[in-house]
Each structure stands twice: as structure tokens, then as C-alpha cells.
Design a protein around this ligand. Structure first.
Ligand SMILES: [Zn+2]
Length: 278
């Protein structure tokens, strides 16, 4: 479903008293040409939970022209400490559809596509083909590996955010130029390890911080400015307020993006029950 209508930056100027994008247009790095880049961009966000909430809101607010939302979940009460797209009255409603409505209300110039479905090996390639940038805002490992593999096979930039407790990581993958997720983590954690990690819980502000960094890097990538954390892993210790950036290298033996890749088509891994977008 498509909502909203595309408009040029100039139309947006004349339609409003003032300009929605005035403060970013003032930036030397943005200006009218940068705003047009954002308007022309299309970003697929997989996961509309704790990470996806700030990511989607900031992308829409910035004027990213087309935004896709993939999430098969419905809103439940325990989401609301961190998933700031949703309100109590939304409980039981599909997240992707509610998120689309919120973004359309925030910025009607943005086209929003909602996909109330789980991303898997049967639909990832088609979904990726419709967007120029993909964001991983999930918290389950099978989908995270699938997204990384799909990005490599589709040659699409992938912006990854991950959170647990008061910790987080951010990484950007520019396929065949910088390490993919498998280069860093060749083996997926066991289901038991993933379960223990999930049961550490999460403070709502943490995905807000990590998601905001991911969104900012995606916007900078579209604008062609600054550093995007491609090949540089940002590790966040929210408890100690420590931010560390680690240089990471492509693994020549990586099954997805190495010199002799063995992953040549997408295969869905077993999904950990009970895990969804954070
Ligand atoms: Zn790799």
C-alpha cells in the first residue's frame, strides 16, 4: 500500500509557511541538492520495533522519499517501553500498518510501503530490489544473517543496529568493499545463547540511541557525506557511557563475501521462537 505523494523540495517550500526541512537545508552539507537526494532515496527498514521506531521516524522527518517497513508482528503491551512509534490504543494492531500511519501523519510528502510479513529467503531478493538502501533493525540472528547475505548477493548497502541490555553495536556493510556481518561473526549463536541474551532485557533508551546512530549514518550515506561506520564497528556500552570504534577487515574465507563464497543463494535459517523486532 502506498500513501502520501512525492513532492519536490520546491513544492514543499511553497506549500508550507516556512519549510519543513529548513534547519537541514541551512547545513552546507545538505542544501536543496542534498534534500533532493533524500527525496529521491528509497530505504527498506526490516523491523519496526525498538530500533525501527527512531529509525523510521527520523527517516520520514528528514524527507527520505520512499520508506518500506517490514514487520510481521502486532503491537503488544510489553513493546511500549521502547517502541515509541506505538501507543496503548495500538495494542493488537499490525506494527507495519500502524507505523505507516504514524509516518504519513508526520510527513505526508513521504511514500510509505508496509509489508506485514516476515522477511525470509523467498521474499528478501524481491524486497531488496525495490530499494536503494536497507536497514537491519531486527534482533533475531536468523534474520540478521539472511539480511547480510541478501545485501551481499544484491550488492545493496546494509546498515545494521543491534541492542541488548544497555549495550549495542552499529555496523555498515558496503558489499564487496567492507566486511559483511558473517565476516565478523561467522557462526550464529546457539538458540540457548540467543535466548540468554534476549532475557537480559532492554532499557528503552538504548535502542533509541543505537537506532538514531543507524538512521544518521543512512542519511549521511544518501547525502554522500561523513563517515558511515563501513568497515568500522561501533561498540556501545551504555552502562559506562563508553563508545569504542574498532576497525574490522573483510574475511577472505567468508562464506558470503570471501574470495570463494559458498553462499550463492538465500537460505532461511531456523527462526528462534518468540524473537521478533526488538
Ligand atoms: Zn563477509
Amino acid at each position: 500500500m502506498r500513501t502520501g505523494k512525492r513532492s519536490t523540495v520546491a513544492e514543499s517550500d511553497s506549500a508550507q509557511a516556512g519549510n519543513r526541512y529548513e534547519r537541514q537545508l541551512w547545513m552546507a552539507h545538505v542544501g536543496v541538492s542534498g534534500q533532493q537526494k533524500l527525496s529521491n532515496a528509497s530505504v527498506l527498514v526490516v523491523g519496526a520495533g525498538g530500533l525501527g521506531s527512531p529509525i523510521l521516524l527520523y527517516l520520514a522527518a528528514a524527507g527520505v522519499g520512499t520508506i518500506g517497513i517490514v514487520d510481521s508482528d502486532t503491537v503488544n503491551l510489553s513493546n511500549l517501553n521502547r517502541q515509541i512509534l506505538y501507543q496503548t490504543a495500538d495494542i493488537g494492531q499490525p506494527k507495519a500498518r500502524v507505523a505507516k500511519e504514524r509516518l504519513a501523519a508526520l510527513n505526508p510528502d513521504v511514500c510509505v510501503e508496509d509489508y506485514s510479513q516476515q522477511l525470509d529467503s523467498s521474499n528478501a531478493t524481491a524486497l531488496f530490489s525495490a530499494y536503494s538502501v536497507v536497514i537491519d533493525a531486527t534482533d533475531n540472528y536468523p534474520t540478521r544473517y539472511l539480511l547480510s547475505d541478501a545485501a551481499v548477493l544484491s550488492d545493496k548497502p546494509l546498515f545494521i543496529g543491534a541492542v541488548s541490555g544497555l549495550h549495542g553495536l552499529v555496523l555498515t556493510v558496503i558489499p564487496h568493499r567492507t566486511p559483511c556481518f558473517r565476516c565478523l561473526y561467522p557462526r550464529s549463536p546457539t538458540a540457548a545463547m540467543a535466548h540468554r541474551e534476549r532475557m537480559r532485557g532492554i532499557l528503552g533508551t538504548n535502542p533509541g540511541i543505537v537506532g538514531s546512530i543507524v538512521a544518521q549514518n543512512a542519511v549521511k550515506y544518501i547525502l554522500g557525506i561523513g563517515d558511515w561506520l563501513a568497515g568500522r564497528l561501533l561498540l556501545i556500552d551504555g552502562e559506562g557511557n563508553r563508545f569504542e570504534v574498532v576497525q574490522v577487515e573483510r574475511d577472505a574465507s567468508c562464506r558470503a563475501c570471501g574470495d570463494h563464497p559458498t553462499i550463492t543463494e538465500l537460505v532461511s535459517l531456523r527462526t528462534d521462537p518468540g524473537q521478533s523486532s526488538c
